[in-house]
Design a protein around this ligand. Structure first.
Ligand SMILES: Nc1ncnc2c1ncn2[C@@H]1O[C@H](COP(=O)(O)OP(=O)(O)O)[C@@H](O)[C@H]1O
Ligand SMILES: [Mg+2]
Length: 449
């Protein structure tokens, strides 16, 4: 059996909520697992019985200490200490250098992905390791690159085979631009934990990029508040339910003021049912609040949210970008303008003309019966930019918003030549994890970078 070139390129998108991974042959849809790991209470009797009966608890070496991937769901018992035991390492795109539990989770989700796709030696003896392209937040400091390199080397060593032969690491917004084949554009990558705004001209213009501490998880918070206000406090505590509720019923308003004037319209009403359960949510007269879920992401500064903040609802935290503070409540059009204005005036028109939206948090849908009230993300943002004097901008949502970063990793890996050595200045090329004189595939992980 000969392995096609596409098989050797492996993409790894370390998202804030999901780790998307897999080989190029997967096409448009990679595999994905939650970006999280669970550290079980080893005193649990049931857990011990399970492990004694030989049931595998984890794919990792630290099988008894950490669970990643689908088995995590079995540990979602109603425990008070779940918050401490469940670790989401990429929560806002950055990990502290000494946060060892978070790094252990990153290592185990990485191992999970590689092992899931690496062929058995007997099936493909010629397999000599993947060329991995990993995508991190554009704000990831150098030590995160170093640690990710170390993690890939350690996995090679611990598995006693070359799973990763060469590694490259690129910023997530650059991966989006690559997936869209754009040279000059402004990428907005809207994930669960954060939103990255990055002007791109050949590469990310790091001095102009802004990361907002605002993403899908904040829309979940406002959705939970709306559920509580409608009398569903118990359900509001179930994070996954709130997320599905938000994705199904949340809307982006064309004009929130108009919607508030028509608050009681029966058009906005709908009943949310969870299949195979008796759970049904009817917001009744509060149904218009569905529009607050989307508005909050685009403009948490809207006056309607003042009353939420007054009663203790947390404002999205401010961020510090290249020496300046960006308020967590800044509306998205303002953030784009702040970012583009940091770039040379010559490329500013191209940056406004090519605004690319990617990431699940831009995937809001518009129900056919509400087209006069709800809009998709590009329409919303274009209008917001127009209101601030930026006319004629082009705003597009990518075709595959949740998986674009992974697709960009794959395109990059297929495109750059094998002998293109990694350069720390440009952060491009391949870091060879295996010395070229040695045959890859066996246990050779000694090469230093
Ligand atoms: N159709 C949708 N409408 C609104 N939000 C969505 C939709 N699909 C996904 N999301 C939200 O997008 C976020 C996940 O996006 P993703 O790009 O995978 O994030 P990350 O890469 O940070 O893990 C979640 O908050 C999810 O609820
Ligand atoms: Mg992402």
């Amino acid at each position: 059996m000969t392995l096609p070139k596409e098989f050797s390129v492996f993409g790894e998108d370390y998202g804030t909520s999901e780790f998307k991974f897999g080989v190029a042959t997967l096409g448009n849809t990679p595999d994905a697992i939650d970006s999280r790991g669970y550290f079980p209470d080893m005193r649990s009797a049931l857990l011990n019985l399970n492990s004694r009966s030989g049931k595998e608890l984890s794919t990792g070496r630290d099988a008894q200490m950490l669970v990643v991937g689908p088995p995590v769901a079995q540990h979602l018992e109603a425990r008070r200490d779940i918050g401490e035991r469940m670790v989401y390492p990429m929560r806002n795109g950055e990990i502290e250098s000494d946060d060892e539990r978070a790094w252990l989770v990153v290592k185990e989700i990485t191992r999970y992905g590689l092992l899931r796709h690496a062929p058995e030696k007997a099936v493909a003896p010629e397999f000599n390791g993947f060329k991995c392209v990993a995508a991190l937040s554009a704000t990831a400091p150098r030590y995160m690159y170093d640690r990710l390199i170390r993690i890939h080397k350690e996995i090679n060593s611990e598995e006693a085979r070359t799973l990763t032969r060469a590694l490259s690491i690129i910023p997530q917004p650059l991966a989006v631009a690559i997936s869209q084949k754009r040279l000059a554009c402004t990428v907005l990558e809207g994930g669960h934990g954060n939103t990255q705004i990055a002007p791109v001209s050949s590469g990310v213009i790091f001095s102009a990029q802004i990361t907002l501490n605002r993403g899908g998880s904040d829309c979940d918070l406002i959705a939970a508040e709306i559920l509580r206000d409608a009398g569903y406090s118990d359900l509001a505590r179930e994070a996954k339910l709130v997320k599905v509720f938000k994705e199904t019923l949340g809307l982006v308003p064309k004009n929130l003021t108009k919607i508030m004037q028509e608050k009681n319209s029966a058009l906005f009403e709908t009943v949310f049912k969870i299949p195979s359960t008796k759970i049904s949510i009817d917001l009744g007269k509060n149904s218009w609040q569905r529009f607050l879920i989307g508005e909050y992401f685009f403009n948490p500064n809207h006056e309607i949210f003042a009353s939420y903040y007054r009663r203790g609802f947390p404002r999205p935290a401010d961020t510090f970008n290249e020496g300046r503070t960006v308020l967590g409540t800044t509306d998205l059009a303002d953030v784009i303008i702040q970012s583009v204005q940091k770039c040379s005036f010559e490329i500013q028109p191209a940056l406004y003309q090519n605004v690319i939206l990617s990431g699940g948090n831009f995937a809001w849908h518009v129900p056919p019966n509400l087209t006069n009230y709800a809009v998709n993300s590009p329409t919303k943002l274009k209008k917001m930019l127009e209101e601030k004097g930026i006319a004629g901008s082009t705003v597009e949502l990518t075709k595959n918003p949740v998986y674009n970063v992974w697709q960009g990793c794959i395109a990059y890996g297929l495109y750059i030549p094998e002998n293109y050595e990694w350069d720390w200045d440009t952060r491009e090329g391949w870091l060879q994890l295996v010395a070229s004189a040695e045959p890859a595939g066996e246990q050779d992980i000694s090469a230093e970078i």
